[in-house]
Design a protein around this ligand. Structure first.
Ligand SMILES: [Zn+2]
Length: 423
């Protein structure tokens, strides 16, 4: 609660004051990394470190990026040999890793407290009744259909939370959800979309639901709108990753996200590694401010985000307009240009019989369209889809339509509607 109070003060600081504090913390983290972490002793030894009070953004930008593969290759060399004892016990955290190679880092008591405090900040920002019931739809940790009940907020008298397995068929999932009839629901955007569509089709729904929280995938406007239209609830988005905790949370007054600057410093970099301006899309680079067990300094997490303008709500926390997904979710044109393909808006109006789809870019010229349909598409619908997509993409790709029974999720419960296999 003390930390909560301090967060309520710092979120009103100016952007400059927040940055100044972040840089002072990073300077301490760097000093610690250079003294106790073999990996950084190897990569940073030739960088001149400014004295703590004088560290600038420019100094930070001179430091090398840490890629996922660097973390995997470094292994134990990225762990500190002397974690400050007052940071609490260290423990292993594994990223959900949809690419098959998860990232392993250490967390501490201190990083856990920040995770809890930021989760609580989200609850307070969005006015949640913590005594109410919550359902969490995500990957089941135990056997497929296990139901686990726990409390979902770190307060006395917190309401119960029930975990449902995201890999259940969507109609079964909806029935279980209706049976639980929660006030709050937390899940991936793709699952939310499926649940809404299924409830509209069957004319059944939830009676007590007040708000939905999403995480783990890019949230699109269509899903927000569908939740409002059909379920009369707002969707509140959250951007987090196992290895760094909460990076950004939705503003209480707007749909964009505020970087959680008390816990992370986020840079968004363009292809030339220069910082993106508002309106531009770039790679997310995150520095975790409080992890002294596995310092993550300028970690290229693999996501893309659009930078937003300063928020009118009065919080100095920087704004991310939206999270777009990962590099493999971009279409690669033969010119080398990359685009984030918003295919759903094109496909669904043309062919409402599509139940599920996934586009796989196989080569620079060709795309495989995997479809689950309620009734077969005609050849003319297929060509219309191809035509409309090519208009949007600005290139005449060839399409191969493949009809399947089901398109499974990745092992971590996430689903990608577009994946490029072109490097
Ligand atoms: Zn705001």
């Amino acid at each position: 609660m003390a930390l909560q109070f301090s967060l309520r003060v710092s979120e009103r600081w100016s952007a400059e004051r927040l940055l100044e504090n972040q840089l002072r913390q990073i300077s301490a983290l760097l000093g610690h990394a250079l003294k106790t972490v073999p990996y950084y002793q190897g990569t940073l030894h030739h960088h001149a470190m400014p004295p703590p009070a004088y560290m600038t953004m420019n100094d930070l930008q001179q430091l090398p990026l840490l890629r996922r593969v660097d973390i995997q290759d470094a292994g134990k060399a990225l762990a500190s040999k002397a974690v400050p004892p007052n940071h609490g016990k260290s423990f292993e955290i594994q990223s959900s890793g949809s690419t098959g190679r998860p990232v392993r880092v250490l967390g501490t008591g201190l990083t856990s407290i920040y995770v809890m405090a930021l989760t609580m900040r989200g609850h307070l920002w969005h006015g949640r009744d913590l005594a109410a019931k919550n359902v969490d739809v995500r990957t089941a940790r135990a056997r497929a259909d296990s139901k686990k009940t726990y409390h979902w907020a770190p307060v006395p008298d917190a309401g119960e939370s029930v975990r449902l397995d995201v890999n259940l068929p969507i109609n079964v999932l909806l029935e279980k959800l209706i049976e639980e009839d929660p006030v709050y629901l937390q899940t991936h955007p793709y699952t939310l979309k499926g649940l809404i569509e299924n409830s509209v089709e069957r004319g059944i729904g939830l009676t007590k639901l007040r708000q939905v929280r999403t995480f783990g995938e890019a949230l699109d406007q269509g899903t927000r709108d569908a939740a409002r239209t059909h379920w009369d609830v707002d969707v509140i988005d959250n951007y987090s990753a196992m290895e760094v905790g909460t990076m950004a949370q939705q503003c209480p007054e707007h749909e964009h996200l505020h970087v959680q600057s008390e816990s992370v410093l986020i840079e968004v970099l363009g292809d030339d590694d220069t910082p993106c301006a508002p309106g531009e899309v770039g790679r997310v680079i995150v520095t975790a401010l409080h992890n002294f067990a596995t310092p993550l300094i300028r970690y290229e997490i693999g996501d893309y985000a659009e930078v937003g303008e300063a928020c009118a709500c009065g919080r100095g926390l920087p704004v991310l307009k939206r999270i777009l997904g990962r590099e493999r979710n971009f279409l690669v044109l033969p010119s080398g240009e990359k685009r984030f393909p918003e295919t759903r808006m094109i496909l669904m109006p043309i062919a409402p019989e599509i139940r599920q789809f996934q586009l796989l870019q196989k080569t620079l010229e060709s795309i495989e369209m995997r479809l689950v349909v309620s009734s077969p598409l005609t050849k003319s619908t297929e060509s219309r889809i191809a035509h409309e997509l090519n208009e949007k993409f600005g290139y005449p790709f060839e399409y191969r339509f493949v009809y399947v029974e089901d398109i499974p999720r990745a092992a971590n419960g996430k689903f990608e509607e577009f994946k490029s296999e072109v490097q």
